[in-house]
Design a protein around this ligand. Structure first.
Ligand code: NAI
Ligand code: 15L
Length: 268
């Protein structure tokens, strides 16, 4: 049966806020968790992924989990280790112990961020492109994907790892025109990931059907995902403001964009 009760971790964050507004329309009953309290959501669970008892209690009785909680940009290794690596391990252990059948894991393009961006007639980046994390942050997403594979092979716990491009209300850079996932398409993709049958551990690219797409959406579409949006209407304005991507610019050379620069250039 399709999952109904879904734990959304990281529910106070940018993507969590978008998804907790969009996913109930698909019929989900969301249980929210974050480190931070969420305004207007008195039932949200305020817990740190470091707190194993709290995490176990939070997953008890849910049909599936959408795991967004963690550090979402580059940070010192020790912080990434605690929140993204140990935190994700605690969540998987809790899910295994409580018999939760499926997790949708927010992986990232930065797991493969050092992949050169396609130019000209280059093929789209395939979903089985070699791992090339661009940061400790990206490395933690590689860990999460491998953890998901282990828990599928060893424990039969299913995961869809979504290598999200950039999910924001609008694309804000020329690079994002290629990797943007509209919030509405994000909800479509998470819904497909929750309801597709027999996913085992599946890795998919998470973006809209952008005209300037850099990566292949085949495995995402195989889940039943049908993207409806395209960043192209934003292109003219962004290119007028920022110029086209330049050949000699390191921050324009790779899928991961500015994450490859040291230190990363914020904002992107
Ligand atoms: P965000 O930084 O806005 O939200 C992350 C949330 O996780 C925050 O509300 C934070 O309080 C919570 N959190 C952090 N550490 C925690 C812990 N130890 N225990 C409990 N909660 C904790 O990030 P955003 O943009 O909403 O991203 C959500 C997820 O999606 C992250 O895992 C991120 O890596 C991933 N992602 C997001 C992309 C995007 O375009 N927004 C692109 C690729 C991946
Ligand atoms: C990510 O993984 C980050 O969490 C998000 O904030 C954006 O930076 C996104 O990637 C991106 O590559 O644009």
């Amino acid at each position: 049966p399709a999952p109904r009760t879904v734990l959304l971790t990281g529910a106070a964050g940018g993507l969590g806020t978008l998804m907790r507004n969009l996913l109930p329309a698909y019929g989900y009953d969301l249980r929210l968790l974050d480190l931070r309290p969420i305004e207007g959501e008195p039932d949200a669970i305020a817990a740190d992924l470091a707190d194993r008892d709290a995490v176990r209690e939070a997953v008890r009785g849910v049909d599936a989990i959408i795991h967004l909680a963690g550090i979402s940009l580059e940070a010192p290794f020790e912080k990434i280790l605690k929140a993204n690596i140990e935190g994700t391990y605690h969540l998987y252990e809790a899910a295994r112990e409580e018999g939760v059948g499926r997790i949708v894991f927010a992986s990232s393009n930065h797991a493969v961020g050092y992949t050169p961006r396609p130019r000209g007639d280059d093929p789209l980046i395939p979903v089985d492109t070699p791992r090339r994390p661009d940061t400790f942050y990206g490395l933690s997403k590689c860990f999460g994907e491998d953890l998901a594979q282990l828990y599928w092979d060893r424990h039969g716990l299913e995961t869809v790892s979504v290598r999200i491009g950039s999910c924001f209300p609008e694309p804000t850079s020329v690079r994002m025109l290629s990797v943007w996932m509209s919030p509405a398409d994000g909800a479509r993709l998470f819904h497909a990931a929750l309801t597709a049958e027999q996913v085992g551990h599946t890795v998919v690219h998470g973006s809209s059907a952008n005209t300037r797409l850099w990566w292949d959406l085949t495995s995402a579409r195989a889940l039943g995902y049908e993207p409806q949006d395209d960043s192209e209407p934003f292109a003219e304005k962004l290119i007028a403001e920022q110029g086209e991507l330049q050949d000699g610019n390191e921050a324009h050379a790779y899928l991961g964009g500015q994450f490859v620069t040291d230190p990363p250039i914020w904002p992107y």
